[in-house]
Ligand binder design. Structure first.
Ligand code: IPE
Ligand code: IPE
Ligand code: MG
Length: 240
């Protein structure tokens, strides 16, 4: 089913890719096995976006809280991210995908950060799909870092405290180049947002589905999107 001409489809979809660990556990395998299976799904979902009329896809890959996991899992995930970028860069470029990262890079290792920077530069002129990967991302951390940079501008006399409004603050967020998400999907049955896009999702629709991320096929994606068009978004107003 193509939704390209369907104006009611979401322009920006954000996904909390959850359930990799349980998916592996169900198969008696280590958690990293689930993360690898999850990474393979990303390509399928990115590829499905043009047909579904989704221009912006933002995915939660690693949260500021995920450092609390075992060292084996954390270093396995970091190696997976490096490998993912190296392996997927060409295909992403060829498919017209522009890739950007949000989150704090300071805690990530230099090699990974270099790969991230390179992929951003390499795909900078693409415009078919905008893929944003949240890596060491937390909503509170992002707003805190934005507030810090804003305070610095005020301290330097380049900005007056009177100019601090929602629009100005937005410009200091990692997501400054993104429209707000229209739809946030979380897989694996948990109905919480776990610090994802707190500011940006003020008026987003939410879909919590039971499917574990490694089982999230493009057909499941299409099914979730088809439910979105039936909703009435009011943004606080009373619609006639
Ligand atoms: C989501 O899957 C991926 C990351 C957080 C990196 P989980 O690893 O959280 O999987 P579950 O929730 O334990 O099943
Ligand atoms: C959210 O999933 C983070 C990512 C999907 C990267 P978690 O599995 O870390 O969230 P909690 O711990 O269940 O809230
Ligand atoms: Mg989880």
């Amino acid at each position: 089913m193509t939704r390209t001409d369907d104006k009611t489809g979401p322009n920006h979809v954000a996904v909390i890719m959850d359930g990799n660990g349980r998916w592996a556990q169900q198969r008696g395998r280590p958690r990293l096995f689930g993360h690898h299976a999850g990474a393979r799904r990303v390509r399928e979902i990115v590829r499905a976006c043009p047909d579904e009329g989704v221009k912006y896809l933002t995915i939660f890959a690693f949260s500021t809280e995920n450092w609390k996991r075992t060292q084996t899992e954390v270093s396995g995930l970091m190696a997976l991210f490096r490998r993912y970028i190296m392996r997927e860069a060409k295909a992403l470029f060829d498919e017209g995908v522009r890739v950007r990262f949000i989150g704090d890079r300071i805690k990530l290792d230099d090699k990974l950060v270099r790969l991230m920077d390179n992929l951003e530069m390499f795909t900078a002129d693409n415009d078919k799909v905008h893929l944003t990967i949240a890596l060491n991302y937390g909503g509170r951390d992002e707003v805190t870092r934005a507030a810090q940079r804003l305070a610095f501008e005020v301290e330097q006399g380049r900005l007056s405290y009177k100019d601090v409004d929602a629009e100005t603050l937005s410009k200091f967020l990692d997501t400054r180049f993104l429209p707000d998400p229209d739809l946030v999907i979380r897989t694996s049955g948990e109905a919480r947002i776990s610090n994802f896009l707190l500011w940006q999702s003020a008026y987003a629709e939410y879909e919590f589905i039971d499917t574990l991320w490694p089982d999230f096929t493009k057909d499941v994606f299409a099914q979730v999107l088809s439910g979105y068009g039936k909703r009435e978004r009011r943004f606080g107003a009373v619609l006639a």
